[in-house]
Design a protein around this ligand. Structure first.
Ligand SMILES: [Zn+2]
Length: 283
């Protein structure tokens, strides 16, 4: 049976009793639109520090695209959404990486990465905004931090809180978080990022239908290429159909002033023409 999901804002605003009680010891952070709260043990400063370590590690092997116009454009679209999200004050970093894989991901502390491979599949700024808003929603939902808390438990958190950040500890956490960021944060976090993402892209003035065209495009490419994937969005995966159905249900609740907005294509197409050609694969 298809379970209908309520549209945003009616669904938010739940604060658990556990969160309320624990607030005396730790902080309850805003983790979504409408004042949604969660118990978060790792502070913003600790998350930013961890994110910077992960970004430094990642950028040893991944090469940013050498095109200032692209980097500025990605930052402009990213800031537009981040500024009106429920986590606007993080020092966000938006980076295009020169990599043919079809992927985009969010590391802790607001480091967002887009591969040239996924940018080549998009045809409008609205489609870029759909993926951007999804990734920013992972940051707002603190999905990486929650994963660290759940996976490593109190001992790691205590070490981080006390500032005992050994290189070995950071290395261990970085590895886990990066692989999760690249592969998706799991079923419930993906549903949440999809839901918040559509809400944020609409709020930023984009046509939310671009989320559907983008996700359907990504789902359809599975099996046709072995050059990577975006967060397990594959046509054969039952979860993909479920995700697209939920996004459609959320958009169906939106006014026509949102769903009939003009899709912004002209600047995107000019920038798309600047992307380097895919590299020849070595035999
Ligand atoms: Zn995701």
């Amino acid at each position: 049976m298809h379970v209908y999901r309520k549209p945003p804002l009616k669904n938010f605003g739940r604060v658990s009793l556990f969160c309320f009680c624990a607030a005396f010891l730790f902080s309850c952070a805003t983790t979504g639109p409408g004042g949604k709260k969660s118990l978060i043990l790792i502070s913003d400063q600790q998350e930013i520090g961890l994110g910077n370590s992960i970004a430094a590690e990642l950028e040893k092997t991944e090469k940013p695209l050498d095109d200032a116009r692209w980097q500025a454009y990605l930052t402009r679209v990213g800031r537009k959404i981040a500024d009106l999200s429920d986590r606007p004050t993080l020092p966000y970093h938006f980076t295009v990486l020169d990599n043919d894989q079809v992927n985009a991901f969010a590391a802790p502390g607001g480091h967002l990465y887009f591969y040239t491979g996924i940018l080549r599949m998009m045809d409008s700024e609205d489609e870029l905004a759909a993926v951007m808003a999804h990734e920013i929603s992972h940051v707002v939902g603190r999905h990486s931090v929650k994963t660290i808390q759940n996976y490593y438990g109190a001992s790691i958190v205590t070490q981080l809180v006390l500032g005992e950040k050994s290189d070995e500890l950071i290395g261990k956490i970085s590895g886990l978080v990066l692989s999760l960021a690249m592969q998706g944060y799991g079923r419930s976090n993906e549903f949440e990022a999809d839901e918040f993402g559509v809400y944020y892209m609409d709020k930023a003035g984009y046509n939310p239908n671009a989320a559907i065209t983008m996700f359907e495009k990504l789902a359809a490419m599975s099996g046709k290429t072995d050059r990577g994937w975006f967060e397990n969005l594959t046509a054969s995966h039952p979860e993909t159909k479920d995700r697209i159905a939920r996004i459609k249900a959320e958009i169906a609740q939106m006014p026509v002033t949102s769903t009939q907005r003009a899709i912004k294509t002209s600047e995107y197409r000019k920038l798309k023409a600047r992307l380097p050609a895919p590299k020849e694969k070595k035999p």
